[in-house]
Design a binder for this molecule. Structure first.
Ligand SMILES: *Cc1c(COP(=O)(O)O)cnc(C)c1O
Ligand code: SF4
Length: 340
């Protein structure tokens, strides 16, 4: 059972035509938001696991989940403000392989390139993942560096860090637990930024949960920041997994990206927050889109975003309102926006 997620990933939709046929959508149909489906191969290929496709509405080319993952003609729109590497990470913040160091008490460790889904708005869609080290020696080196920087939190990012297999995740956890015995300060939080379980809930298997439990027992808080943009993504299977993660001591947070046509309405944002909370997940960040090439049709400008955010604040409890944030090059934290 433990490798079920890998088998599911191997069977993911890779051909837009096949996904459209499964969804009973005419390949000539046109989305209001994104234009016509792009059926030819792209250098950022489509990748959509079956579980995620099952959550889409049949016959609806403007389905909010489909819009996030199907290549559309509006990706070809060029705008000088939308660039290949909006955050310029590769030139500035990579002291050793697999590490992005831009924050003070915490550091990003990127164990793996690649994801289980290719989100069309992804700001790392052009990240040089090929340059990531994948040997244990390289990971050791990255951890050596991290432990020398007086951090208290290690953030697993990617790509998608849960592309690690169970053995690798357990190895990494054991490294943290044993290094903590002599470290000062200790790394007492391990944060996992991952969208993988949203598209492949089977990733949350027994071995993963057992490793989370061991970390908890060794005094390391595990935090999973899920990347869910729309309430329809929270399947019954995922809800079960949230429960198991909480039982294993994992704290659940969510971050979303504000996307035109997907979640740019106060109704959807409120429904998302409520559904997350109902299953034990706190809304953490609502990101403004990073201007990556190919994503112009998803973009809302600051005025539009702030108007929406003000409505959300009026409408619901403070803890259901995620922080509205933008990542800016050279900043030691995100830029937060307030509506007044
Ligand atoms: C912003 C960000 C962080 C740092 O997160 P904080 O919650 O602000 O500490 C880490 N990883 C990713 C991918 C981020 O976008
Ligand atoms: S899961 Fe995250 S890193 Fe991967 S393609 Fe989607 S947005 Fe990008």
């Amino acid at each position: 059972m433990s490798n079920q997620w890998k088998r599911e990933l191997a069977k993911a939709f890779k051909d837009p035509q096949e996904l459209l046929a499964y969804l009973q959508i005419d390949p000539q149909a046109e989305s209001k938001v994104a234009g016509k489906p792009l059926l030819s191969k792209s250098n950022f290929p489509m990748l959509v696991p079956q579980h995620f496709a099952e959550l889409m509405e049949k016959g609806n080319i403007d389905d909010p989940l489909l819009l996030q993952v199907l290549p559309f003609s509006h990706e070809l729109v060029q705008d000088p403000e939308f660039v290949l590497q909006p955050l310029d990470e590769q030139d500035n913040f990579i002291p050793v392989k697999n590490i992005v160091h831009k924050y003070q008490d915490r550091m990003l460790f990127l164990p793996k390139g690649g994801c289980a889904v290719n989100c069309r708005y992804c700001f790392r869609r052009n990240f040089p993942y090929d340059e990531l080290g994948s040997s244990k020696e390289q990971w050791q080196e990255a951890l050596d560096y991290a432990y020398k920087q007086n951090i208290s939190e290690l953030i697993l990012s990617g790509g998608d860090p849960l592309m690690m297999n169970d053995k690798e995740f357990t190895w990494l956890s054991e490294q943290i637990i044993s290094r903590n015995l002599t470290a000062n300060p200790k790394v007492d939080r391990l944060r996992i930024h991952s969208r993988l379980p949203v598209v492949l809930p089977a990733r949350i298997n027994e071995q993963f949960l057992a490793t989370c439990q061991s970390l908890a027992e060794a005094g390391v808080k595990v935090i999973w920041v899920s990347h869910i943009n729309h309430p329809q993504e929270i399947s019954l299977t995922l809800q079960e997994k949230f429960k198991l993660l909480q039982q294993a001591g994992v704290v659940l947070l969510n971050q979303s990206v504000l996307l035109r046509g997907v979640n740019d309405s106060v109704e959807v944002l409120e429904a998302l927050s409520r559904k997350l909370f109902a299953h034990g997940v706190l809304p953490y960040y609502l990101h403004l889109l990073d201007k990556v090439e190919g994503s112009t049709h998803f973009y809302l400008n600051d005025t539009q975003a702030l108007a929406l955010y003000a409505q959300l604040q009026e409408q619901t409890s403070g803890y259901l309102v995620p922080k509205l944030a933008r990542e800016e090059v050279g900043n030691k934290h995100k830029t937060l926006y307030t509506s007044n």
